[in-house]
Design a protein around this ligand. Structure first.
Ligand SMILES: [Zn+2]
Length: 150
């Protein structure tokens, strides 16, 4: 039998109490984990799909996609006793470009900010005990900036 690969990272039984909802775009994955760590969270639950929190907006996203993401968020928030949610949208998002790109980059950025705020409002109304932080993530040369949208 082939020996399994054994990770350096130890397994911890307890679920993290933070959920990050963000885009699948792997150019930002490590930076999102670094942000979470900076905020004091060594481990996070993640919900990643192209478009990230934009999918929580049932008015602008595809209904089935939005329903699935809303239910997945509920499953994690309730089942894993999530106390804090990080919502992250990023500049140059292919999901938004595909959906709204024809309307120009300014419209896209506006829609992303609106989606972040709507998602934050929906979550805080649905789960009054949780804290929600929203960020717009923007590369500047080799750096990745997280701009708070609260
Ligand atoms: Zn994206």
């Amino acid at each position: 039998m082939v020996k399994p690969f054994v990770a350096q990272v130890p397994y911890a039984e307890e679920h993290p109490h933070v959920l990050a909802i963000y885009c699948s775009d792997g150019r930002f994955t490590d930076a999102v984990e670094e942000l979470a760590s900076h905020l004091g969270h060594e481990r996070i639950d993640t919900l990643t799909l192209p478009g990230g929190p934009g999918l929580l907006n049932r008015w602008s996203a595809d209904y089935l996609e939005s329903d699935m993401v809303t239910r997945a968020a509920r499953f994690l928030i309730q089942g894993h006793d999530i106390q804090e949610v990080l919502l992250l949208a990023h500049a140059g998002c292919g999901y938004y470009r595909a959906r709204h790109g024809a309307l120009g980059p300014e419209y896209v950025a506006e829609q992303q900010l609106k989606d972040l705020k709507d998602a934050a409002n929906e979550l805080t109304q649905a789960y009054p005990g949780i804290t929600v932080h929203a960020y717009f993530v923007r590369p500047h040369g080799k750096q990745i900036h997280f701009e708070s949208v609260d």
